[in-house]
Write a protein of this length. Structure first.
Length: 180
């Protein structure tokens, strides 16, 4: 069953897979193909696009707030599990598996900042070096990490060593993709 929607306002989108920022006009008919990590993948007669969760209202959906209150920034220890859970809400809009289960996260480090709060540093890769969505996925990961209580800032670096391969996908990810 198609999930057809008419945009209630002009909305900023990202062209998939190129990663090019664009806008779709009010009144455009779209089909929602994925609801992943609070974001939406939609199809139009002109192609496939990612609509950020902050623009969910243009689709008639509820906007989810991933941003944290400034009060959440503290020197309390950051729960590592909370960081990984936050990253499990980040998806490549073309693949229905989160970046953790795809095996794209190579490292995740957390350090206390002298000015308060914590800084999280993350290295990740992509399934293909030419993926135009890489910066969008990295920005989404950064936003999700910064939504974890106690995290004041996050830095996400895209790396290519070691090269990603399907063996890096978790069992859960392989099940979703029908690889096992």
């Amino acid at each position: 069953m198609d999930d057809l929607r008419t945009l209630t306002r002009e909305v900023e989108v990202t062209l998939i897979p190129q990663g090019t920022p664009m806008s779709l006009p009010e009144g455009e008919t779209v089909t929602i193909t994925h609801r992943l990590g609070g974001n939406f993948t939609v199809m139009t007669h002109n192609g496939m696009f990612r609509i950020s969760g902050k623009n969910a209202d243009a689709l008639g959906e509820e906007i989810t707030q991933a941003a944290k209150d400034a009060e959440a920034i503290s020197s309390e220890p950051v729960e590592t599990d909370a960081l990984w859970e936050a990253l499990k809400t980040v998806f490549d809009p073309e693949i229905p598996v989160n970046i953790v289960d795809l095996g794209l996260v190579y490292s995740l480090e957390c350090a206390e900042r002298p000015e308060g709060g914590h800084k999280v540093s993350m290295d990740m890769t992509l399934t293909a070096p030419g993926c135009g969505m890489g910066p969008v996925i990295a920005e989404d990961a950064q936003m999700r990490l910064e939504s974890v209580p106690g995290v004041a800032e996050a830095a996400v670096e895209i790396v290519w060593d070691p090269p990603w391969n399907q063996d890096m996908i978790t069992e859960e990810g392989k099940m979703v993709l029908g690889l096992i």
